[in-house]
Design a protein around this ligand. Structure first.
Ligand code: TMP
Length: 209
């Protein structure tokens, strides 16, 4: 499968199953002989992993603009140190969250001006853009319930924000998918993981055959 040098991102709200589906896709691609690098945001570099703790800790008091810039800073580090070199070396890169998360959460959820958030993203990413973005779409009340079970009732700084915040995030994801239908593939994440996995695999085969 000619997937070398392709960049695929997974997006969606809390508990939508992004990490599970990313792991399953990576396994399938490796089995088919592809070189695959799996990453997550924020994270994937020593700096990004440190910031991940700060950004997710319920006690951290961080203003929305500072939050958006921290996510963008983590992304700048990850793009330069890891993603761009891996793509140039012909690996397929799968990333759990990327630019659309900052637009959906910090603009949609927090209410920051979208053009400003997008400028920070452009500064962070340069010419690196996803070839495909898989949006796992799920009603926030259901997703937050799943996340709560996963986290043993210990919500992080975003999960505590409640259904209203997460509905705004979902609305912005929908708007993004509508604006860029060629880049986005929207999957109904309420279905069993095996069905979601199969649907994603079909789309990968269709696009990168
Ligand atoms: P997760 O990877 O477990 O979903 O945790 C990351 C959290 O950070 C999640 O609640 C979404 C949030 N986030 C943003 O608000 N903006 C961003 O740009 C990114 C990458 C994540």
């Amino acid at each position: 499968m000619p997937i070398a040098g392709k960049f695929i991102t997974f997006e969606g709200g809390e508990g939508a199953g992004k990490s599970t589906q990313l792991t399953r896709l990576a396994e399938r691609l490796r089995t088919s002989g592809a070189g695959v690098l799996s990453l997550r945001e924020p994270g994937g570099t020593p700096f990004g992993e440190k910031m991940r703790d700060v950004l997710k800790q319920p006690g951290s008091a961080i203003q929305p603009a500072a939050e958006a810039l921290l996510f963008a800073a983590c992304r700048a580090q990850l793009v330069t140190d890891v993603i761009a070199p891996a793509l140039a070396a012909g690996q397929a890169v799968l990333c759990d969250r990327f630019i659309d998360s900052t637009v959906a959460y910090q603009s949609g959820g927090r209410g920051l001006e979208r053009t400003l958030v997008e400028s920070a993203n452009r500064l962070a990413c340069g010419a690196v853009r996803p070839d495909l973005t898989i949006l796992l779409d799920l009603d926030p009340s259901r997703g937050l319930g799943r996340a709560s079970v996963r986290d043993h009732g210990q919500p992080d700084r975003f999960e505590v924000l409640g259904a209203d915040f997460h509905r705004k995030v979902r609305d912005l994801y929908h708007a993004l998918a509508k604006e860029e239908p060629a880049r986005f593939f929207v999957v109904d994440a309420a279905r069993p993981p095996e069905e979601v996995e199969q649907e994603i695999w079909h789309e990968i085969a269709r696009r990168f055959r």
